[in-house]
Design a protein around this ligand. Structure first.
Ligand code: PSU
Ligand code: MN
Length: 307
């Protein structure tokens, strides 16, 4: 018999038992979002950033059909280097488990598993969202609908400019997903500091985010997720001209090659990383490490609040 339960890494299990701070991390950025061989090195650096911030990292993924919260280094290496690692959203988890697949979890699947595991804070690079042309293609990431029903705080740098940022914000409002800027009232556009849209709320400290999470629990108004949008400082963003040029090229190439569905996000990311000769990769890594650090400090602040 196969055991379909979540298996916990040893350190994660102990931290959860003791009520110590834990931060969930996704594996799709490792397997599909970052180019090899940098992806494995970066995956380890993300975990280290969580540790440096005072929390225990729980990278989530599926190994041989086993859902794991807190992949060990051998498992992380396997998902970063093996061929045929599937990209798993929530709907894929059961099929992948039953067929014994190796898989990397998206923001949607990682959020769902983290919440089920009792982990309240999650760090990633950028959320999925509403794609351009979604009015025709209906391509909207399941990240959005999953966050509508999943109680978790997701620290991210907004959504990538490869998406329709305005439409994504509208959908988040409709779906009841909270959005707060971290020290900013502008929604970030991942590679770029300012994604072009205002936010209603901002917070200035990890303690304030922890207070929001506590208030939500106390109010008993059971909504879904909270997005903590953490923009890059302007001095660290991708050059705007390079960004705009690369995006236009990537979208044209994607249309020419007929790329659709779950291949869209990895395709455009890979195009950025090769066309900018590593500039977008460096920015991408900075984003993730900053988010991992902030998420750790939020988890620490949350663990210090009286129960
Ligand atoms: N943003 C990134 N890198 C990524 C992704 C998002 O900067 O690799 C991944 C995340 O795992 C996210 C997924 O959940 O892409 C969204 O894919 P889709 O648009 O197919 O839902
Ligand atoms: Mn999609």
């Amino acid at each position: 018999m196969t055991d379909f339960h979540i298996r916990y890494g040893g350190e994660v299990a102990r931290a959860l038992q003791d009520g110590r701070p834990v931060v969930a991390l996704e594996s799709t950025i490792v397997s599909h979002g970052l180019p090899r061989p940098d992806n494995l090195r970066v995956a380890r650096e993300i975990e280290q950033a969580v540790r440096d911030g005072g929390a225990v990292p729980a990278t989530i993924g599926m190994v041989g059909g086993q859902l794991v919260a807190g992949l060990d280094d051998a498992e992380l290496t396997r998902l970063a280097t093996a061929d045929g690692v599937a990209k798993l959203s929530v709907r894929d988890l059961a099929v992948a488990a039953a067929t014994g697949a190796d898989g990397a979890t998206t923001v949607a699947a990682t959020s769902a598993v983290a919440a089920a595991a009792g982990i309240g804070v999650f760090a990633t690079g950028g959320l999925g969202g509403v794609h351009r042309e979604a009015a025709q293609t209906f391509d909207e990431s399941a990240d959005l609908t999953t966050l509508a029903r999943t109680p978790i705080a997701v620290v991210c740098a907004g959504v990538k400019s490869i998406l329709d940022v305005g439409a994504t914000l509208e959908r988040l409002e409709t779906l009841g997903v909270g959005v707060v800027g971290y020290r900013s009232r502008r929604f970030p556009g991942f590679f770029v500091t300012d994604g072009g849209f205002d936010l209603d709320w901002s917070v200035d400290t990890p303690e304030q985010v922890a207070a929001v999470l506590a208030a939500r629990a106390e109010q008993g108004v059971h909504g879904g997720g909270l997005i903590v949008a953490n923009p890059l400082p302007e001095t660290e963003q991708l050059d705007r001209d390079l960004h705009d040029r690369t995006l236009a090229e990537g979208l044209a190439l994607m249309a020419a090659e007929g790329v659709t569905g779950k291949a869209v996000t990895p395709f455009l990311l890979a195009h950025f990383h090769s066309a900018t000769e590593g500039a977008s990769l460096a920015v991408n890594v900075r984003i993730i490490l900053r988010n991992a650090d902030l998420a750790a400090r939020i988890a620490v602040a949350a663990s210090r609040r009286p129960a």
